[in-house]
Design a protein around this ligand. Structure first.
Ligand code: UP5
Ligand code: MG
Length: 229
């Protein structure tokens, strides 16, 4: 489908910060000398974020961090204090409180950059999904990482649902069923689209028609990445 015009963003408020520490992130940025360069990868459930990130990693010097994958791993980790909460939120298509997600993202970035300081370019897939996520990111990462742009995979809701239902035949994902998908789409429309709109207003969104074939979508992604450097 054709990328929709993003406008009329209103009422975005920067309020209600939670208490975070940015000390360890500052440590990453200074220890590695290079500030992490981030591309946020957004789009509806099943839009192809993970598929395209995998192709980007094969062809460009980026590390892929899927917030959803990190949350699923934390859900499965023995002894995790957040496992049950994460499981419930994912099944209900709700967005996990940012304290949990930002901690996982921050740790993953720290570990990667500690091992190899040249790995400072990250695709952060599926985050930030709402205002809470954005505020958490700003609180912890502002000044410590640079968001270059947002790669937005624009895909019709029904195409997204059909892809996830098809994947659900074998994925084992607790949210690849019709009931969860309806909630995921609602959450996306209500909470994530306004974040994309906000970045659009800042001129930071690079929009790709994600309803095309995987290779066609990737050709468009290449066009963007080759231009952005
Ligand atoms: N496919 C992909 N591209 C295709 C194409 N061009 N043509 C035809 N088929 C295509 O692809 C989905 C399926 O479509 C696959 O079978 C693929 O082969 C096919 P995929 O690349 O996996 O799409 P993606 O956009 O990554 O879909 P995903 O289901 O991962 O998106 P979600 O955003 O819903 O899932 P995520 O894992 O990011 O989040 C899951 C949940 O975790 C959220 O609902 C939320 O509860 C929680 N969460 C948070 O709370 N906070 C976060 O920050 C992140 C997640
Ligand atoms: Mg994904």
């Amino acid at each position: 489908m054709i990328c929709r015009l993003l406008k009329n963003v209103a009422g975005y408020r920067l309020s209600g910060y939670r208490a975070f520490t940015s000390a360890s992130v500052s440590a990453i940025a200074s220890a590695a000398m290079k500030k992490p360069q981030v591309v946020f990868v957004l789009g509806g459930p099943g839009a192809g974020k993970g598929t395209q990130c995998a192709k980007i990693v094969e062809n460009y010097n980026y590390t892929h961090l899927s917030a959803g994958d990190l949350l699923r791993a934390e859900r499965a980790r023995e002894g995790s204090q957040s496992g049950l909460l994460i499981a419930n939120f994912i099944k209900e298509g709700k967005i996990v409180p940012v304290e949990i997600t930002i901690d996982l993202l921050k740790r993953a970035m720290e570990e990667i950059m500690k091992k190899d300081e040249q790995k400072y370019r990250f695709l952060i897939d599926g985050f930030p999904r709402n205002e809470d996520n954005l505020q958490g990111w700003n609180k912890v990462m502002d000044g410590n990482a640079h968001v270059n742009f947002v790669l937005f995979f624009d895909c019709a809701d029904q195409v997204c649902i059909d892809r996830c239902l098809e994947r659900g035949k074998s994925s084992g994902r607790s949210d690849d069923n019709r009931e969860s998908l309806e909630k995921r789409i609602q959450t996306y429309l209500r909470s994530t689209r306004p974040i994309i709109d906000l970045y659009q207003k800042q001129g930071k969104v690079r929009c790709v028609d994600a309803s095309k074939s995987v290779d066609e979508v990737f050709a468009d992604v290449r066009g963007i990445l080759d231009k952005e450097g």
